[in-house]
Design a protein around this ligand. Sequence first.
Ligand SMILES: [Zn+2]
Ligand SMILES: [Zn+2]
Length: 96
Amino acid sequence: MGNRPELGWRHYRRLREQILAASDTCHWCGHPGADALDHLVPTSKGGARVDPANLAPIHGVAGCPSCGRKCNNEKGDDEAPAARLTTSRDWYSPLP
Ligand SMILES: [Zn+2]
Ligand SMILES: [Zn+2]
């Protein structure tokens, strides 16, 4: 026991509100209106999941109202966006 992800999730949501209240400028495209948080160092690479120093505002599923980019989709969970651009996988299509 001791692993209680629900607590972490509530903490994360609270943190998200605080960070977005302080700034909603997307760190990915530089426009305001961000409604999600991005991990600067992905948790898959050892980044802290609930640490303000590792979180930055980013446009979520709704995309950026200024440039239309789906910033969080573009970045995904990878540090290297250039590598991701080479894939053409449709993440929303059902698995065969
Ligand atoms: Zn953005
Ligand atoms: Zn933008």
